[in-house]
Design a protein around this ligand. Sequence first.
Ligand code: BGC
Length: 627
Amino acid sequence: MIVAFLALTSAAAARASPVVHPQQWPRPAPALPPDPRLEAQIDALLARMTPAEKVGQLMQADIGSITPDDLRHYPLGSVLNGAGVAPGNDKLASPREWLKLADRFYEASMAAAHGVPVMWGTDAVHGHNDIPGATIFPHNIGLGAARDPALLERIGAITALEVRVTGLDWTFAPSVAVVRDARWGRTYESYGDHARLVAECGAALVEGLEGRPRTSAFLGAAHVLATAKHFIGDGGTGGQDEGDNTAGEEELREVDATPYVAAVGVGVQTVMASFSSWQGVKMHGNRALLTGVLKERMGFDGLVIGDWDGHAQVPGCSSVSCAPAVNAGIDVLMAPGSWRDLFVNTLAQVNSGEIPASRLEDAVRRVLRVKLRAHLPEEGRPSSRPFAGRLELLGSPAHRAVARQAVRESLVLLKNDRRLLPLEPRARVLVAGDGADNVQKQCGGWTIDWQGASPNDEIRPAESIYAGIRAAVTAAGGSAELSPGGEYSARPDVAIVVFGENGYAEGLGDVPSLAYGDEQRTVTLLERLRAQRIPVVAVLLSGRPLSIEAELAASDSFVAAWLPGAEGGGVADVLFRTSDGAVAHDFRGRLPLKWPRAPTARGGEPAGPLFPYGYGLSYGVKRRAPR
Ligand code: BGC
């Protein structure tokens, strides 16, 4: 009995502290030069702040649970709008309402004695996607396929500008997870399964959002704070959201850390801790990785934010009390509805010394450093800032054109028998499948609604894939008939069938297998058309590779379109020739992750992927080799 107990406690102890060797981890060159003036400014602020005001900087509340007035009693340092949360509890609130509320929070924070402005974070993860009217880009998985860092930087800059229009300061993007198992519901938030690809894409987006470090653009009036998330290893948990990454230290360092090294190297100012665990230890309580590796070894001098009540999952903690997370290195606790009691308890833990004074000072210093670097005190009220209220920038034609370019570049051609593509636009085209005229399905999760359930008319401006096809063919003298079920009034020359996954986000998108549930209906439709000798182009909408062997066999051409967002016209740009017969846009997307085969009939592991990483056909226009 005693032996068993000892064995148990030593096993628990071993799980509690997997060994990390920070000195073996990479150390990027500092993105910014030391700034003694900035540090002196922080010293002066710190000297003026009471313990309660300092603790306040460590908390972030959700706007659904806090009012600007509350800041008078609880001097919190930041707020967020969680997914689907909007001013006045109205998800369709106008951008002006967002700006008004940002002003009210700002003014309330400046009325406090310390005069440190509050900042507001949002999940602008594929454009400013909580705001009706914003430009909606493809989700990250498609941008990983596009492999175009300059485009990513542009997308980051546009997103930043649109966030600025609404007076917000900070986006919780990019996710730089290196996904290893596509059953994970956050696969589409990842740029792919290769660390270097994810690192390159993530760093480019950060540069677009924040502006390049050591230039005057950096955190200037057109930019916002970015967040590399979720530190670390969230993509390696066997397809389970908030799961356990059991990789050894070397894999964690070589794979999962690579994008963070790149993001820190371009000056990312905030990093979000992961809900997941590494070798059984919750990341929110992992001092060795948060402090030893990220802050001390990599030299990250911005702030670490926890995820949505993520501290509550640390052993011994609850959503309203968690000194271990602060002591491990979390600087800001995301405490959406739990902030009030958490504030009281954290203050008591500071007063009792459970949270050492040095840790409190360091955390607040980091928060203030980020706020000062972002020029928050000088910038004044959100509505008085240069791009605030410039509603014409939200979803502007120029921004939408970049989103459409991103759609074109993200498409991956998996099959093209007898060179069916590119199509002649002067043709009679049948557009079928439940994804054909379905902006909701194109956009997926994190688009007004967290789970991607916003009705089509809530996502505007937008063009469905069908609308884009119709525009292309009618301009050339052809015609397009929309029929989700595949019936037609006049025999078509070709059918384009658009199908795939319905929206999901986070753990609700975890699946036990890569079947998408609608195979039977889709394959029947494809086969029915082919039986009538109508050539068939299949277009798959999905946040991940799916089991598509039967659909591939039943179509002549097959395009993986990922979750392209609101600019469905980009699909027609690539599928069709121009009216004078030229190919304006070739396929240039390459798989950002391997495409697995379906498990064998006996449930065994199939040999090799269906398509390898980097795969993608094109019309034959000369191109660079896939990386
Ligand atoms: C997600 C984060 C997100 C946060 C705030 C969490 O559930 O894991 O990625 O930034 O919510 O909305």
